[in-house]
Design a protein around this ligand. Structure first.
Ligand SMILES: Nc1ncnc2c1ncn2[C@@H]1O[C@H](COP(=O)(O)OP(=O)(O)O)[C@@H](O)[C@H]1O
Ligand SMILES: [Mg+2]
Length: 402
């Protein structure tokens, strides 16, 4: 599947230059002579000519015309779009093509009732022409099911839909995290039982703090009354309900050290009743099993800068051993670097959520592949759960009411 970014320049690529040149040539003499009526008529004529030329190049289809009449604003609400179907059939000469349209948060989805990759590949450039986007801006899932292929056309940022936090994707009694929705509008979730620790990467305003907020909300809704500790140098998470909050890095380190002590005691208790880890203990002795401890460190490098060795020793111990004690760590980081996030620690963080990062090297550290540097921000993510392949989508947005 390829997913590109929308390039507005691509909308009327064939005619932009000609229109500007023609308009300039036509209006220059009239401006010089002061004949504004002639100038206005000349511009009008240029506009009509531009529309006609674009329409001709686009199989008689202009964006903003009846192609957009069916505006499915709801996630995954699919409608057969007769206008697009007719145009696709005309443009490709393939009368098996039927367009069922819906929108995800960031894409317009065209479900085409055909699962022959060769046939779809052949028609893609024509489909791009009908949709008015560059062929390489289209994403494509060749066989999305029997008789079904999906074409993804990126939406303009202004048309993106917010992704609501959807409680129905969670399971009471389990530590499930709600991330958001993928490009097909499917829920993206993960389980702390399978992958206990999470690394969230992203530059300023990419949506990192919102992602942490959604995770805190998910853990709260597990019904397991988690004990939440937040260490956040910027202080943006100060309104979250939690056991402890600090924006002071010294205090933050002390909190982590106290949690390590607590975790060491817990593991003795867990082993004493014949269990290997907190999840087993909870299943065996639900009445006495203590609450899970959730640790969120936003802007982790700030904490590390305080005392590199001590912080790495504490975070290392928590992430390596204490998932078994019921301690789950989430780190937020703007520009993940191999030097500041050594492999021994990074490897413990199986849940990787990357929003937009500064460059492809940072993307490699964040999710083990490039791509996150090209994300547009405001919640757009690439997500990897352990060895699974990367999923793209948009994060849930919880608006806080004060
Ligand atoms: N999932 C999202 N959906 C919509 N808008 C978002 C989302 N995440 C972030 N934003 C927008 O981006 C702004 C910055 O997000 P924030 O999480 O504070 O970024 P960061 O912590 O990476 O600096 C938010 O105020 C919001 O307007
Ligand atoms: Mg932030």
């Amino acid at each position: 599947m390829r997913i590109g970014t929308l390039d507005l320049e691509q909308f009327y690529p064939e005619t932009n230059l000609q229109t500007v040149t023609a308009a300039t040539l036509l209006t220059m003499p009239t401006l010089v002579t002061g004949n504004f009526v002639a100038g206005a008529s000349a511009l009008g004529l240029a506009w009509v000519a531009r529309q006609a030329l674009t329409a001709w190049r686009r199989d008689n289809c202009l964006l903003g015309s009846d192609l957009d009449v069916i505006d499915t604003r709801d996630h995954a609400a699919a409608n057969t779009n007769d206008a697009v179907t007719a145009r696709l059939r005309k443009a490709t000469g393939n009368h098996d093509l039927t367009a069922i349209e819906s929108r995800s948060a960031q894409y317009r989805l065209l479900m085409v009732a055909n699962d022959d990759p060769a046939q779809i590949a052949k028609v893609l450039p024509r489909v791009a022409s009908v949709l008015g986007v560059a062929p390489d801006a289209l994403g494509w899932i060749p066989t999305a099911g029997r008789d079904l292929s999906i074409i993804l056309a990126p939406l303009e940022r202004a048309e993106w839909l917010p992704v609501a936090f959807d409680e129905s994707a969670l399971t009471p009694g389990k530590l499930i995290g709600y991330i958001g929705r993928d490009v097909l509008s499917n829920h993206v979730t993960y389980s702390r039982q399978d992958a206990p620790h999470m690394l969230i990467s992203g530059t300023t305003r990419s949506g990192k703090t919102e992602a942490i907020r959604a995770d805190i909300q998910s853990m709260r809704l597990s019904g397991l009354k988690p004990e939440i500790h937040i260490i956040d140098a910027k202080g943006t998470l100060c309104r979250e309900q939690c056991a402890t909050f600090t924006a002071d890095m010294r205090e933050g380190l002390a909190t982590l050290q106290a949690i390590v002590e607590q975790a060491r005691e817990r593991i003795k208790e867990i082993v004493a009743v014949g269990c290997d880890n907190w999840f087993q203990y909870k299943a065996k002795c639900p009445d006495v099993c203590p609450a899970p401890i959730m640790v969120y460190v936003d802007e982790y490098p700030q904490l590390r800068a305080l005392d590199k060795e001590t912080v790495e020793a504490v975070v290392g111990e928590l992430s390596r051993v204490h998932a078994a004690s019921g301690v789950f760590v989430t780190l937020g980081i703007q520009k993940p670097k191999a030097e500041t996030l050594p492999t021994e620690i990074r490897d413990m963080f199986d849940i990787r959520l990357a929003m937009r990062v500064p460059d492809s090297k940072a993307s490699g550290v964040a999710i083990d592949e490039p791509g996150a540097e090209g994300l547009p921000g405001a919640g757009a993510f690439m997500f990897r759960n352990g060895g699974d392949s990367v999923v793209r989508g948009r994060g849930a947005f919880i608006e806080i009411s004060i």
